[in-house]
Design a protein around this ligand. Sequence first.
Ligand SMILES: C[S@@+](CC[C@H](N)C(=O)[O-])C[C@H]1O[C@@H](n2cnc3c(N)ncnc32)[C@H](O)[C@@H]1O
Length: 86
Amino acid sequence: MKNVSFRRHDLVLGEPFNKFDLILCRNVMIYFNQSLQNEVLKKFHESLFKYGYLAIGSKESLIWCDYANRFIVVNTEEKIYKKIKD
Ligand SMILES: C[S@@+](CC[C@H](N)C(=O)[O-])C[C@H]1O[C@@H](n2cnc3c(N)ncnc32)[C@H](O)[C@@H]1O
């Protein structure tokens, strides 16, 4: 546990604060309107290393987001995406 840091972070109001290999954010974006989903996906993109992974909820999709073309789907059922473009 010493390598794990817990923080409160508001996805909408907060700014990206680190770079990650993996972001798990399941069943959260579904509550945001399209404009907020775009903003949040931009922040996730900025917070991921190139070739990092983003997992969202099974009922969610990036398909309508402006930054969707910077990711590929690696697992359709599990909604796991990989950042492929900076
Ligand atoms: C339906 S729950 C999903 C919880 C969990 N990820 C899961 O799949 O069981 C939605 C979560 O989104 C969080 N949430 C809503 N708006 C948020 C925001 N602006 N920033 C960070 N988290 C937010 C809520 O606190 C809540 O925990």
